[in-house]
Design a protein around this ligand. Structure first.
Ligand SMILES: [Cu+2]
Length: 385
């Protein structure tokens, strides 16, 4: 009687061990799994730049985890990182916030497992650092161009014409300081405005700019979500869609939030090529503040659609613990990477984490070499020169 039982148990144990080994092997960097003899380099929009290196058979980001060492951004770090600048005060008491942004266009980084792309970046990441000020502050941004092409920064918001970053490109090796008063309060963005715009934005030169109201907003777990895409085969259509730079990232690393805690998302759409993008929240609704320029919500909904450059603030909290999806409700975008998970923790029950395989999320903020502090130091790849 007991003999077949042992055999069955042995069989089960063997299967578990086999499954575990295969999982470990499969989850290793997809790049090392590529047959290097099959690697091909494709050219891009810009002559002379090898932009994409892939065998063409590894694009399975749903099942592969990006190698953090090569990744263009650490989405978990980016999510809640706000840069307030080097703070000083003018003689009349106005707060001055100084930022440094360094443009580059000659690096290649991994944007999805196995996909290396010529990224154009502010301070080495896509998206660039989130810049934050309070209405009435003086914001000074020094752009240093370490790239090989002309670049600029065009901020949204109210400012003089010569601070608009549209007609005056900064030459390679050049430097320029944009200065303006942070106004009005709301959610804005910044991006390079050199021609061809599609190329400078498509390659990654953009970021989020937040102006807080003087009286602030109610306390919340705040995060930034920037929606973008990558056209890695240069047909003016995106091959990957993301929130915060890496396709499927928050599927592998769910964003942990607390039950009943107010969540505030600064949502910006920077998607190039496709006219419309959107955000859908599962099993919940949110208050939506269009452009964040008013303190009363415009809408109470579970989905919002944004054109390129449009943005808004979302506020919600979860009543029940568990795992909830958020994603573009445009199916194609979701299936090509714009999808993620919230993991709502029940304060009384820590077992939610344990029942889900999210251990990797614990480690995922440790790899970034660029330790951008909350204050300023926006240090580019390779450091300052
Ligand atoms: Cu540019």
């Amino acid at each position: 009687m007991s003999y077949p039982r042992i055999v069955v148990l042995f069989g089960i144990a063997t299967s578990i061990v086999f499954l575990a080994i295969s999982t470990i092997l499969y989850s290793r960097s997809s790049v090392s799994e590529q047959n290097s003899s099959k690697l091909e380099t494709f050219g891009g929009h810009t002559p002379g730049y090898p932009i994409l290196t892939t065998t063409g058979d590894v694009i399975d980001p749903m099942n592969s985890v990006i190698n953090p060492k090569n990744a263009v951004v650490d989405p978990m770090k980016y999510l809640r990182e706000f840069n307030y600048g080097r703070v000083s005060t003018s003689p009349n008491g106005t707060v001055i916030r100084d930022f440094t942004l360094i443009a580059s266009d000659q690096h290649t980084k991994e944007v999805s497992p196995g996909v290396f792309y010529n990224v154009w970046t502010f301070n080495g990441t896509i998206p660039g650092p989130t810049i934050r000020a309070t209405e009435g502050d003086i914001v000074r941004i020094t752009l240093i161009n370490e790239g090989t092409k002309f670049h600029s920064i065009h901020f949204h918001g109210i400012h003089p014409a010569e601070m608009d970053g549209v007609f005056e490109g900064i030459a390679p090796g050049g430097k320029f300081t944009y200065e303006f008063t942070a106004e009005p309060f709301g959610l804005f963005l910044y991006h390079c405005h050199m021609q061809p715009l599609e190329e400078h934005i498509g390659h990654g030169l953009y970021g989020v700019y937040i102006v807080d109201p003087k009286q602030g907003r109610p306390p919340a777990d705040e995060m930034v979500m920037l929606m973008n895409g990558y056209d890695t085969d240069f047909d003016s259509e995106n091959n990957f869609y993301t929130v915060n730079g890496i396709p499927f990232y928050y599927m592998h690393h769910p964003i942990q939030i607390e039950k009943n805690r107010l969540i505030r998302i600064y949502l910006v759409n920077m998607l190039e090529f496709d006219p419309l993008n959107n955000f859908h929240l599962h099993a919940n609704l949110f208050n939506f503040y269009k452009t964040g320029t008013k303190l009363v919500p415009d809408e109470y909904t579970d989905i919002v659609s944004l054109n390129q450059g449009e943005r808004g603030i979302l506020e919600f909290s979860y009543k029940y613990p568990g795992k909830y999806m958020f994603h573009a409700h445009k199916t194609e975008f979701a299936e090509k990477g714009w999808v993620g998970l919230f993991l709502v923790k029940d304060d009384k029950n820590e077992s939610v984490n344990q029942s889900l395989n999210v251990t990797s999320a614990m480690n995922n903020t440790s790899y970034s070499k660029n330790n951008f502090s909350n204050v300023t130091n926006i240090v580019p790849i390779g450091g300052y020169k």
